[in-house]
Design a protein around this ligand. Structure first.
Ligand SMILES: CCCCCCCCCCCCC[C@H](O)CC(=O)SCCNC(=O)CCNC(=O)[C@H](O)C(C)(C)COP(=O)(O)OP(=O)(O)OC[C@H]1O[C@@H](n2cnc3c(N)ncnc32)[C@H](O)[C@@H]1OP(=O)(O)O
Ligand SMILES: NC(=O)c1ccc[n+]([C@@H]2O[C@H](COP(=O)([O-])OP(=O)(O)OC[C@H]3O[C@@H](n4cnc5c(N)ncnc54)[C@H](O)[C@@H]3O)[C@@H](O)[C@H]2O)c1
Length: 736
């Protein structure tokens, strides 16, 4: 039995010719992506099968239990690495005079699924997943997928898959008609059986390029509504809209012309900055898994401890989401509150969240077992935490309270237990100092709502052990979150970079802008929500309490402190004044906006606020001026980026991609710009520096506008590409 193995740079493909069984088995792709070598081998294999009269059918499958993860994403930004065009190979498969069956195991994504669409039959393992995720990489399915998929599963389902990029399980693929059959056992054998069965049957009806796109009674109206929906959801991202256009072309044009349109649109996206940014984001998210600390601890040598049982302390906004997340990940939880009243409130809230999650999962393979006390237990008794492997504290943001709790935990919990705090900004070392085991204390900063947001900022203290970091990272993975390891400083990475952004937003109001203008500018940039709407959502009282704690406002503020200055720097008391007027945001229907009712979500500009701002400016003799969108964006975004350079220079994060992953996954920063630091690299560091210099000269009392030394250095050495930035950070300048 002859066997040929061809190895490309990213995959290996082997062709086994089993003439006696009348099939060609082409191992399309292993866990690695499709490369030019694979394409060549596939083409050769198909031609060989076509020419060999003893071959009656062809079966295409993957290696190592995976069909294919699609094209090599790195190839899109490195033309030299690009293989040949995949589309013509898909056409070649389809035009085969011998039946071709795809045996889909693991994943069939992007170009992988497009290959399967070229096959005459598709059979999938029940655990397989399929999708066209190109849109998430700023692209569209460029190997004829936008024209074949609508012909197979209809326009609504195809549009949904192509414009969202979602992966669908095999069971759903079967319902949609994307696959012909699913199997629980050996997919390859089942595909061979199918191939043998269909030998001799006419292939015309199985060639998707020959099929018409299924009609809808109201196709035009459907497409009109879909166009609006896609544009709204895209929030400035180009790919979903071009994906839509490609699918619309399938409904309007013959197959060959549709393909031409697909290619044109693909080229537009390929050369767009957004595709580069989204592909950077794809690899950044994976790069942060390989964490390291300045002391040499790293993912490669640290081993995680198993987490078989966990506890959560405090069932407020964050604790209830964290409990939900743990239960969803099948980790038994003990949920603890300070008294029975809070416990009952927390229990109800957790149960409601879990009921909702269970509804979402209905029909799926997974179920939620949260009524079983062995899986979820509510208590006010700390003794029940004796044998948990990990505790997550989510009580009020108060150092004294957190230290009291950690002291207690240190006495009660078993020796190996990991003690995590969900603090937003407080010093991890100080919290750890209340325990006898600071090596097991770590920050696990979840984002609200904790069962939804993907980010988990993981903060190591001076004494945190490598194994504790590895365990927290493993927990992030188990919870299906992206963990990013960072150092300890006030606000860590995310909130620390957020302070100057919010500070600028408020200064802009003082100088003449309005909340709606600032929010609009940043939402047009692509943020999910502007800073004032966000502040109303989170509650203005949260920041107020924190500023009181820092002595910036409230009773501890020394008499005679100038209203708009703290420690010799500019300060805006506007947010404090709103709280003093009882405006806490959505929770009581008034904040920077007014709302229809307490807890209402619809923000409307508030004449009271506008009037209040004018009076405030009069009181403080501030001359009002018109502030344009460019200034709003530059002051808010560049001050945040400037702080990012400080974070890097101090060794708080090990690279710009960490900051970008944090911002994209935790703060609604538009992913199609890559994240704040990648965005800075695309704007050009000299421009960022020049603008900061300009604003800093205009506002010398705002230190956060003063360009950071690391930014200046990068400009001085010639604005190197982002991947080289860290090499310019001298050992001496890194804090740790
Ligand atoms: C085919 C022709 C090639 C030549 C190009 C010519 C261009 C012109 C022709 C256009 C043809 C268009 C063809 C098609 O329409 C376009 C595409 O197919 S784009 C790719 C679409 N596929 C995806 O988006 C899948 C991406 N991958 C994933 O979602 C996940 O990795 C996974 C497959 C679900 C597996 O998840 P996990 O098990 O969690 O593993 P990781 O995510 O950590 O991945 C492990 C490792 O693999 C790297 N990797 C995964 N997929 C790719 C890929 N497609 N290309 C490159 N690298 C990939 C990933 O980065 C990890 O490595 P690390 O970064 O950690 O080093
Ligand atoms: N709300 C957010 O968006 C957010 C985001 C990230 C991090 N955080 C941080 O998470 C922590 C919790 O914040 P939150 O918004 O959930 O607060 P919250 O006020 O909504 O809830 C705190 C809960 O802790 C409970 N609690 C207080 N003392 C306790 C004790 N001794 N024992 C047991 N339970 C006790 C309270 O009863 C309350 O239910 C804070 O450190 C906060 O800074 C909050």
């Amino acid at each position: 039995m002859p066997r040929f193995t061809l190895t490309g740079s990213h995959t290996s493909l082997s062709l086994d010719l089993f003439a006696d069984l009348h099939k060609v088995k082409a191992l399309l792709a292993s866990a690695e992506p499709v490369s030019g070598a694979v394409l060549q081998a596939l083409e050769d294999g198909l031609k060989k099968a076509g020419a060999d009269s003893s071959v009656k059918a062809v079966m295409i499958c993957g290696e190592n239990g995976k069909f294919s993860a699609g094209a090599d994403i790195r190839g899109f930004s490195a033309p030299k690495k690009r293989g040949g065009a995949l589309g013509p190979i898909v056409s070649l498969i389809e035009s085969s005079e011998k039946p071709v069956v795809a045996a889909i195991e693991g994943v069939a994504l992007g170009g992988g699924l497009e290959v399967a669409l070229g096959c005459h039959y598709r059979i999938a393992h029940a655990k397989a997943r399929m999708g066209l995720p190109e849109v998430t990489l700023g692209l569209l399915p460029g190997a004829e997928g936008t024209q074949r998929l609508p012909r197979l599963i209809g326009v609504p389902a195809a549009l949904d898959m192509i414009t969202t990029g979602k992966h669908i399980p095999a069971t759903e693929a079967l319902k949609l008609g994307l696959v012909d059959e699913i199997v629980e056992e050996n997919t390859i054998e089942a595909a061979i059986r199918l191939a043998n069965k269909v030998i001799g049957q006419p292939l015309g009806p199985r060639r998707l390029s020959l099929k018409p796109v299924p009609k809808l009674p109201n196709m035009e109206a459907f497409l009109r509504d879909a166009a609006v929906r896609v544009k709204r959801q895209a929030r400035g991202c180009l790919a979903p809209e071009l994906c839509f256009q490609a699918v619309r072309a399938a409904t309007e044009l013959p197959f060959a012309e549709g393909l031409r349109r697909e290619r044109e649109l693909f080229q537009v996206l390929l050369s767009s900055g957004q595709a580069r940014a989204l592909q950077y984001a794809f690899f950044a998210e994976r790069a942060v898994h390989r964490w390291a600390t300045p002391t040499g601890a790293s993912w490669s040598s640290a081993a995680p401890q198993p987490v078989r049982r966990a506890a959560v302390i405090g069932l407020g906004t964050m604790g209830r989401g964290i409990v939900t997340s743990l239960v969803k990940a099948n980790i038994p939880v003990v949920a603890l509150e300070q008294d029975l009243e809070y416990l009952n409130k927390g229990r109800k809230a957790v149960m409601l969240l879990l009921e909702r999650e269970a509804m979402k999962m209905e029909g799926g393979a997974q179920t939620l077992d949260f009524h079983n006390p062995a899986r979820l237990q509510f208590t006010v008794d700390f003794d029940l935490l004796r044998d948990v492997d990990l505790v997550i504290e989510a009580v009020f943001e108060n150092m004294a309270l957190k230290k009291e709790i950690f002291h207690k935990l240190s006495k009660i919990c078993k020796p190996g237990a990991l003690l995590c705090t969900n603090t937003s900004a407080l010093n991890i070392d100080e919290i750890a100092s209340a325990t006898s085991r600071p090596q097991q204390v770590i920050g696990t900063h979840f984002f609200s709502p904790a069962h939804v947001m993907r980010l988990l900022e993981i903060i190591y203290g001076r004494h945190t052990s490598p194994s504790a970091i590895a365990t927290a990272m493993q927990l992030a993975k188990t919870l299906k979150k992206v963990g990013v390891v960072v150092g300890n400083c006030f606000g860590f990475v995310g909130n620390r970079m957020m302070f100057p952004y919010v500070e600028q937003a408020v200064f802009l109001l003082e100088e003449g802008s309005r909340p709606e203008a600032v929010d609009q500018a940043l939402e047009d940039f692509g943020f999910k929500i502007g800073p004032f709407r966000m502040s109303d959502l989170a509650g203005l009282d949260v920041g107020w309490r924190s500023r009181q704690g820092q002595g910036l406002t409230g009773p501890s503020l020394p008499a005679g402190t100038p209203a708009r200055q703290r420690h010799g720097q500019r300060y805006s008391p506007l947010p404090d004044l709103l709280c003093e007027h009882g405006r806490f945001g959505q929770k009581n229907a008034k904040g920077w906006y007014q709302y229809e009712k307490a807890g209402g979500r619809t923000a409307t500009p508030d004449p009271w606020l506008h009037n209040f701002l004018s009076q405030y400016r009069d009181t403080h003799g501030i001359k009002t001026r018109f502030i344009d969108q460019e200034e709003i964006l530059e002051r808010c975004l560049f001050s945040l980026i400037n702080e990012g350079f400080a974070v890097l220079a101090e060794g708080i994060a090990s690279g710009p991609e960490h900051l970008d992953v944090i911002y994209v996954n935790g703060y609604g920063w538009p992913k199609h710009t890559g994240g704040p630091m990648f965005y800075a690299s695309t704007v050009g560091l000299p421009r960022v520096l020049a603008k900061l210099q300009k604003y800093s000269e205009a506002h010398p009392d705002v230190p956060r506008l003063r360009p950071n030394a690391f930014l200046k250095k990068l400009v001085a050495v010639g604005n190197p590409p982002i991947k080289e930035w860290m090499s310019y950070l001298s050992q001496q300048s890194a804090k740790l």
